[in-house]
Design a protein around this ligand. Structure first.
Ligand SMILES: [Zn+2]
Length: 408
């Protein structure tokens, strides 16, 4: 008790009391008593959490310990264990301390839409029998089959490439939690419409999941939040699609951020696949072949209108390290899903050395199927229709310090 009181005496005025209270974990009167050496159990837990959280902020490569290993078996109150296991306290402390993630802004090559349409038209014909690429007015994306939270893809388009598979593999880093409102600020677009592929918020969903982001962040705080998550039903292995009301997500995100306005977009129609490449990889490789080391970045939405597709859904995190793609493929659950599938994401033709995810699309549907899009399994029948804009910049956010090529 005297030890806790000593800590309180030294650090209370240094912000420790504020951290304990502003993080919503302890009431002010309780925090006062804790820092006087009273409320011993709370005091031990609170000081431990403060130490762990601050250590995490300043040495992010250290992971939060899991509740079962807490404090040499000290009996934690269940709610404290939950707080720690979800790391929400860490996030609140991080925000309270106004800490942010490292960001690198990379300018992209932005040709005229008409030029890109011609390039794509020529290149895609090597992979699809029927191709039509044009510059058109964006259809109203708030309407079916898209049903997104903003009408268009236009206005200050940019990509956010956040975190990455190294935060998932070989072992998950559960503390890698992000929020779309924070992403809007980091990509310098406070009123951003954000769509694309990521990992769901495991601390909210309860398990690991696929994220299809679909949010409109507002600088006035009136956000429209309607992302989808797709997880595996533990009872029968089936696909569960749900819509969330939280802007948070975990581990990684590959998003198009724009003002969400109507305007001109590149429409890509392709059907009857005769080559080996999937739809988005065929587009990316076409751009890479033409523009070489000039990076061209695109984001948007496509719908697989007919056919079937190979999709994966991540199960809950592996308890053992996954050390190669074969082990990752064994861990993932693969499905064949039916059209129509609405896919959101982005692609980049060239990586200027920022460890980009080169293409990443996740899909949802009105019939409850969705996940990480791989490729169609019915080349004869498949029909694609997509709408894309070019990004002016890619913001590389919280790039993993140690990287690898697994899981991409
Ligand atoms: Zn994915």
């Amino acid at each position: 008790m005297a030890f806790l009181a000593s800590i309180g005496k030294i650090f209370e005025d240094g912000g420790l009391h504020s951290i304990l209270v502003c993080s919503d974990v302890y009431a002010s009167a309780t925090a006062n008593q804790m820092l006087q050496g009273k409320q011993y159990a709370c005091g031990i837990c609170g000081i431990w959490m403060a130490h762990e959280s601050l250590t995490h902020i300043f040495r992010p490569q250290l992971r939060i310990l899991q509740p079962r290993t807490l404090y040499h078996g000290y009996p934690m109150r269940p709610n404290v264990a939950v707080v720690l296991s979800t790391c929400s306290w860490v996030r609140k402390v991080q925000r309270a301390a106004k800490m942010s993630y490292p960001v690198t802004k990379a300018p992209m090559h932005v040709p005229l839409f008409q030029e890109v349409a011609s390039v794509l038209s020529a290149g895609l014909k090597e992979n699809f029998s029927d191709v039509c690429v044009d510059v058109v007015e964006c259809p109203d994306l708030t309407k079916a089959p898209f049903s997104l939270v903003a009408p268009g893809l236009c206005g200050s388009a940019r990509l956010a490439d956040i975190g990455g598979p190294p935060f998932l593999l070989p072992m998950v880093q559960r503390d890698k939690v992000f929020s779309s409102d924070e992403i809007a600020r980091l990509v310098e677009l406070p009123d951003a419409f954000i769509i694309g592929a990521g990992a769901g918020p495991c601390h909210i969903v309860g398990v690991n999941s696929e994220l299809v982001n679909n949010v409109k962040i507002s600088s006035t705080g009136e956000h429209i939040i309607a992302p989808y998550i797709i997880r595996i039903n533990p009872k029968d292995g089936s696909c569960v699609q749900e819509q969330l009301s939280s802007p948070e997500f975990c581990l990684m995100g590959n998003f198009l951020c724009s003002e969400g306005k109507p305007g001109k977009v590149i429409e890509v129609r392709a059907s009857k696949r005769r080559g080996p490449e999937n739809f988005m990889t065929a587009m990316r490789k076409t751009l890479a072949n033409h523009y070489d080391t000039k990076p061209v970045a695109m984001g948007g939405v496509f719908i697989m209108e007919k056919g079937k597709a190979k999709i994966h859904i991540m199960p809950d995190f592996s308890p053992i390290p996954l050390t190669c793609d074969a082990e990752v493929d064994k861990w993932l659950e693969f499905y064949e899903m039916n059209a129509p599938l609405v896919c959101l994401g982005e692609l980049v033709s060239y990586d200027p050395g920022l460890d980009f995810r080169m293409d990443h699309f996740h899909c949802f549907s009105s019939h409850g199927e969705g996940g990480h899009y791989h490729y169609d399994t019915t080349p004869e029948d498949v029909v694609y229709r997509g709408y894309f804009v070019l990004a002016e910049d890619v913001y590389r956010i919280d790039r993993p310090p140690i990287t690898h090529g697994m899981g991409r």
